[in-house]
Design a binder for this molecule. Structure first.
Ligand code: FES
Length: 339
């Protein structure tokens, strides 16, 4: 097992369909729960034929909240969301993977445009609270929902707007009042903010509409997409100490949690496999190039990616790579997970 243990200390009923779990890391695992605003947790959930894993964004801020909090909204027929909303209570212990993901601003001082649809507010809330608490920039939030009763964090947003009237603007879009968002609505709401980077999370159709509109306005857009994991990342993949495959061996210098170490990289292996084999506590979730949980920054050296459904051209230009898909081009690679 590669999972960490987190105790549920509270369950908050945010709306009729959304529950938040407040989590306390098990003693001894605390350091491995450090996270950046906008990242997610992978949670192990029971399935008919064993176990499955689902990703849920953290809505808490590492700057303002002592405990971690994920918000889970029921999805019709959804395995993980219904199990959590129906069964998880205070005192339960969940098995999770360390926080991961690249949906996080590079600077909390930048002015940002945040866009959320429904439960897509979860990682957006983490970014919003972190920017207000730890940065100097202005934040505008466009928040789309079906109706007033489905607005998650309504009271918290109201309080934050009162606390930061010069830095936070919240615009609600309610389907029950304004109808479904259209490109024209989104374009006109975004007009004052086109010089800002945008962070967008919500239902697929909504995100596509917003992303296409913003890209048309020349904006840099970061999106967070979730999907069901095909495999079970909690099963030990490459156990530390297992003999490496033969053939040519390169090396990886890896920075993580403030420490640097050098480990071998059999050239027939992907980067994540080599790191795990060497006992490095590298984060991952899908292992299919879809989620960005394994993303790190290549500081020196070069790799190719077998698959990549999540990093855009700018991410790649910034040096981000997916460890689960990276194969060596150069003999030596220097990477960092601290960024
Ligand atoms: S673990 Fe999901 S992209 Fe690598």
């Amino acid at each position: 097992m590669t999972g960490l243990k987190a105790r549920v200390v509270d369950v908050v009923h945010e709306t009729a369909e959304a529950h938040s779990l407040v989590l306390e890391p098990a003693e001894g695992d605390r350091d491995r729960f450090s996270y950046r605003p906008g990242q997610f947790l992978t949670v192990r959930v029971p399935a008919e034929d064993g176990w499955a894993a689902r990703c849920y964004s953290l809505c808490s801020s590492p700057l303002t909240d002592d405990r971690l909090k994920v918000t889970v909204k029921r999805v019709e027929g959804g395995l993980g969301s219904n199990w959590i909303c129906d069964n998880v209570t205070a005192g339960d212990v969940l098995e999770v993977l360390r926080p991961a993901g690249t949906f996080t601003p590079s600077s909390l001082d930048d002015d940002l445009l945040l866009v959320a649809g429904g439960s897509g507010i979860t990682p957006v809330m983490s970014i919003l609270k972190s920017c207000l608490a730890g940065g100097r920039g202005k934040v505008a939030l466009l928040y789309a929902n079906r109706d007033e009763r489905s607005v998650i964090f309504a009271d918290e947003l109201r309080a934050l707007t009162e606390e930061h009237p010069d830095r936070l603007t919240v615009v609600h879009l309610l389907e029950s009042v304004q109808g479904l968002p259209t490109p024209a609505t989104v374009r006109s709401l975004a007009r004052p903010y086109t010089r800002r980077q945008a962070f967008v999370c919500g239902p697929e159709v909504f995100m596509d509409l917003v992303t296409d509109t913003f890209t048309g306005l020349g904006m840099r857009v970061h999106v967070e997409r979730f999907f069901s994991l095909e495999n079970d990342p909690f099963e030990d993949p490459e156990a530390p100490g297992e003999p490496a495959p033969g053939g040519e061996i390169g090396e990886i210098e890896v920075e993580m949690d403030g420490e640097t170490r050098t480990v071998p990289w059999p050239k027939s292996e992907r980067l994540l496999d080599a790191l795990l084999r060497a006992g490095v506590d590298a984060p991952f979730s899908c292992r299919e190039g879809n989620c960005s949980a394994c993303a790190c920054v290549a500081l020196e050296g070069e790799v190719t990616l077998d698959a990549n459904a999540v990093l855009d051209a700018q991410d790649l230009a910034d040096g981000l790579i997916l460890a689960c898909q990276a194969r060596p081009v150069t003999d030596r690679l220097k990477i960092t997970y601290d960024g």
